[in-house]
Ligand binder design. Structure first.
Ligand code: IMP
Ligand code: MG
Length: 178
């Protein structure tokens, strides 16, 4: 068990199991992108460790860019707006794969994908380390999911709780009684 910001978390997914699933998702991407040069767009901060393990497992040529996503409420008519921060590369005509730590409600990525298409991406797919299908609230298509999990809150392997806990090699989940 570990303690993060005064909350107790228990071991949920050991590193070896995470890496076996990263291997498997890398093989699927390799099969689909053979002879292409996908642009991995890593969503900071949570996906930085996943992305570094993923890119080192891909056999196809790939490039990596980093972005942050910020969601805010626009005007009443435009609803929720997601801004891509830090994307300086020209993505015109590129095969983009968004690399995300976890898809929860799916709202953040659901809003981000049209922005990448507007910037000229030829194809946009999502590769998520984790997805919580029970929490999905929008019809987001996530082509590559390394692991589907139940809705419990998790930390480790890059994922945080109030910016803490990213350093753990294994995944820990919040204990139900705290
Ligand atoms: P969504 O728009 O609801 O899909 O938000 C997904 C984002 O919420 C992820 O990129 C994470 O930053 C955060 N998130 C969701 N669930 C967890 C969790 O269990 N641990 C840590 N961060 C989470
Ligand atoms: Mg995130």
């Amino acid at each position: 068990m570990i303690s993060v910001c005064d909350k107790t978390f228990e071991l949920s997914i050991p590193e070896a199991e995470i890496l076996a699933n990263v291997d498997a998702v890398a093989k699927r991407i390799d099969a689909d992108y053979e002879g292409r040069n996908p642009l991995l767009v890593c969503v900071l901060k949570g996906a930085f460790i996943f992305c570094s393990d993923l890119v080192r497992r891909l056999r196809c040529n790939s490039q990596v860019e980093f972005i942050r996503l910020s969601s805010y409420h626009g005007t009443k008519t435009s609803g929720k707006v997601t801004e891509l921060m830090g994307l300086t590369a020209d993505i015109t005509g590129r095969d983009v794969i968004i690399v995300e730590d976890i898809v929860d409600s799916g709202i953040t990525l659901y809003n981000a994908i049209p922005r990448l298409r507007e910037l000229g991406a030829k194809t946009v797919e999502v590769c998520a380390l984790f997805a919580k299908p029970e929490n999905l609230r929008v019809p987001l298509q996530v082509k590559y999911v390394a692991m589907e999990i139940t809705p419990a809150f998790i930390v480790g392997y890059g994922l945080d709780f109030n910016e803490q806990g990213r350093q753990y090699r294994d995944i820990y989940q919040l204990k139900a009684d705290n």
